[in-house]
Design a binder for this molecule. Structure first.
Ligand code: NAD
Length: 362
């Protein structure tokens, strides 16, 4: 099996699908690995590091696709890549087909085998190849929130951790899943007072068990959220109802109850956001202000820390790459978790929710 790692060409994508550590694991098992020159530069992995691990560097993306049996990358292929994908080639990456008809049709026509990171799923329902990005976003939410609380960037001018004799900041976290727990951990570490809310009592029990006493759990409902908006300095949106748009937990009217300079970081913006006034922003222009409340709504937060994000992602993808390297059919029949990643196989949609999304019969 020949495995290819292209340079990502989607706008603003700096991650790479494999690190030199992954190349080493594959080459020592006898597999051939091609890496496109400079593919890892933006994540801090240089061509010479890949070569030293046994990769063969190829100068062009065309060459890389032509020579590889399996492509391991990060983002869905974009239009320029469609004609490069060959029949029977395995493509292992994030696809998010249900929101992209053009991509779905292109992959059906390519007759390739598309295995999507985002649908690899454990029997518990957990999505192990999405979790690391939520972990990055959750931790980053507090870093960004703390920054935008500073006066020169329109915040209320408050140091989240306080100082002796001055109260620390108060952080309200909506959702106690992966993002919410990581955010709570970072905020607590800075010395902030944290309130974390969820509708799932098991989640709240878990948080209550593992967090220090300055992280307080509360059931999520409109009454409780309103009560806390008046007193909290930073609000993190971290809710998810799998497969659905995020519920709007803070309405435009409720912004008036918040103090000027309060910051909202709506991590859930990629699912529509849990604040009525959220709209996606970019790392180049991350914030906007409504009713004196700063909104930070970057839809791809992990993209700002590609070194960390690449390592976190490839830590969890590599074990599956190693399985797929010996043949996708055997790997998927032996591994029920991995087989959930099969989305399109040789011209046929094999993942029900994708066919349903377009109203197509399987
Ligand atoms: P998760 O499933 O682990 O947690 C979501 C939590 O929200 C669950 O515990 C659920 O019970 C809770 N919830 C549902 N309805 C609620 C309500 N009304 N009030 C309070 N809590 C409620 O999901 P996650 O991995 O933590 O992801 C959270 C969101 O962050 C998702 O929308 C995800 O797509 C997004 N995300 C965004 C970025 C980014 O860059 N912006 C990166 C990673 C993840």
């Amino acid at each position: 099996m020949k495995i290819g790692v292209p340079k990502e060409i989607k706008n603003n994508e700096s991650r790479v699908g494999m690190t030199p550590a992954g190349v080493l694991e594959l080459t020592k098992r006898g597999y051939k690995v091609f890496v496109q020159s400079t593919a890892g530069d933006n994540s801090g992995f240089l061509d010479e590091d890949y070569s030293a691990s046994g990769a063969e560097l190829l100068p062009t993306i065309e060459d890389l696709y032509a020579k590889s049996d399996m492509i391991v990358k990060v983002k869905e292929p974009i239009e320029k890549e469609y004609p490069l994908i060959k029949e029977d080639q395995v493509i292992f990456t994030y696809f998010h087909f249900a929101s992209n008809r053009e991509l779905t049709e292109a992959m059906i026509n390519s007759k390739s085998v598309c295995i999507a990171y985002e649908t690899v799923q454990e029997s518990s329902g957990a999505l192990p190849l999405l979790t690391p990005m939520s972990e990055v976003a959750g931790r980053m939410a507090i870093q960004q929130g703390a920054k935008y609380l500073e006066k020169p960037v329109k915040g209320k001018g408050l140091l989240l951790g306080g100082v002796p004799g001055v109260r620390p900041g108060k952080v309200l976290i909506l959702g106690a899943g992966t993002v919410g727990i990581q955010a709570a951990k970072m905020a607590a570490g800075l010395g902030a007072q944290v309130t974390i809310m969820d509708v799932n009592m098991d989640r709240l029990r878990h948080v209550n068990d593992i967090m220090p006493s300055h992280v307080v759990t509360e059931f999520s409902n409109e009454y409780n959220i309103r009560k806390h908006l008046r007193t909290h300095d930073l609000v993190i949106g971290a809710v998810l109802n799998t497969g659905a748009k995020a519920p709007k937990l803070i309405t435009r009217n409720m912004l008036k109850e918040m103090e000027p300079g309060t910051v909202i970081v709506d991590v859930a913006v990629d699912q529509g956001g849990c604040i009525e006034t959220s709209r996606p922003t970019s790392h180049e222009d991350p914030i906007y202000i409504i009713d004196d409340v700063v909104h930070y709504c970057v839809a791809n937060m992990p993209g700002a820390v590609p070194h960390t994000s690449t390592l976190a992602l490839t830590n969890v993808t590599l074990p599956y790459v190693l399985k797929l390297a010996s043949g996708w059919e055997a790997a998927c029949s032996e591994d029920a978790i991995l087989s959930k990643g099969l989305n399109i196989v040789k011209g046929k949609i094999v993942y029900e929710a994708i066919a349903e999304a377009f109203g197509w019969e399987e």
